[in-house]
Write a protein that binds this ligand. Structure first.
Ligand code: NAD
Length: 271
């Protein structure tokens, strides 16, 4: 097992300044890791760092602004991790966007946005950090956040999102055996509904879910009817992730029952 304790380990969490990423960060810090939050949004970073301020582990957290789709910036961030921390032990590829909207109106910009962040961002993480993890020789663990929407074929308004997350699952499962030989574990987080900003501020698909378009409100209502009242706190998801890393679990599922029930529920709501 590559990771047997979080004490003395360094974790790099993309999308780490909000929602699930921040929940994971809180638990890893609590369990002894040094955590770097990498996030696109400086306002999220400021709020996230403020939430650690004054705590006895506030020195265990720092942050950097990063767009995971920017390969050059990602390379610089990885180099900085090498220079400042002697490399990363745990990578959490968590940054993601929810590009939902009517599929027949989707443009290339929508596809580029959804796949660029949700798939490209994950791949960039592997490409930039794997050589470092192999070179430092300590082994490590890579968790990538997909979604239960990857496992259940969702209504077409979530086609881009679901397909991008399914790609993450396939890729991670495919590389897991080879990376195990390098002492690097691979896990896929499949969250059901977890309280976060994604549902409130939506990093919207470029063309459709603009505030005030009317579609956003109805889509949100629909999502709520499908997922119901089963919202999980981000720290609870963080605890499952921490335990999943130690167990080198391939799939870390937050809401087990959704796997079987969500499609039926979606169909019932849409009927
Ligand atoms: P969130 O919006 O609260 O957090 C996502 C964070 O990622 C934000 O701080 C955002 O600034 C950052 N981000 C967005 N684009 C980025 C980029 N290009 N580069 C770097 N950072 C970027 O949402 P969340 O719900 O915590 O989402 C985390 C992950 O969980 C996503 O991959 C999402 O698809 C997945 N997910 C969430 C849920 C849920 O119910 N919350 C369910 C299934 C999957």
């Amino acid at each position: 097992m590559a990771i047997t304790t979080f004490e003395g380990k360094t974790a790099f969490i993309t999308g780490g300044a909000s929602g699930i990423g921040l929940g994971i960060a809180k638990i890893l810090v609590e369990r002894g890791a040094q955590v770097v939050l990498a996030d696109l949004r400086q306002d999220h970073i400021d709020d996230a760092l403020a939430s650690f301020a004054g705590g006895d582990k506030s020195n265990a957290v720092s942050a950097l602004q990063l767009d995971v789709t920017n390969r050059e910036a990602y390379r610089e961030a990885a180099q900085r991790m090498q220079d400042e921390f002697g490399g990363v032990d745990i990578l959490v590829n968590n940054a993601g966007v929810g590009p939902e909207g009517p599929v027949l109106e989707a443009t290339y910009a929508d596809y580029d946005f959804g796949f660029g962040v949700n798939v490209g961002g994950v791949i960039n993480g592997f490409v930039e950090f794997l050589p470092q993890m192999i070179a430092h020789g300590r082994g490590g663990h890579i968790v990538s956040t997909a979604s239960l929407a990857a496992e259940v074929v969702m209504p077409s308004f979530m086609a881009i999102y679901g397909a991008s997350k399914a790609a993450v699952c396939h890729y991670c499962e495919a590389v897991k055996p080879e990376l195990a030989e390098k002492n690097i574990g691979v896990s896929i987080l499949l969250p059901g509904p977890v309280k976060s900003n994604i549902h409130e501020t939506q990093q919207n698909r470029p063309t459709h879910l603009v505030e005030g378009s009317g579609y956003q409100a109805s889509e949100k209502k629909l999502s709520r009817r499908i997922v119901g009242d089963n919202w999980m706190e981000p720290e609870e998801a963080g605890r499952l992730v921490a335990d999943g890393i130690l167990a080198d679990q391939t799939y870390i599922v937050t809401h087990g029952f959704y796997k079987d029930g969500m499609r039926a529920r979606a169909e019932a709501v849409l009927a």
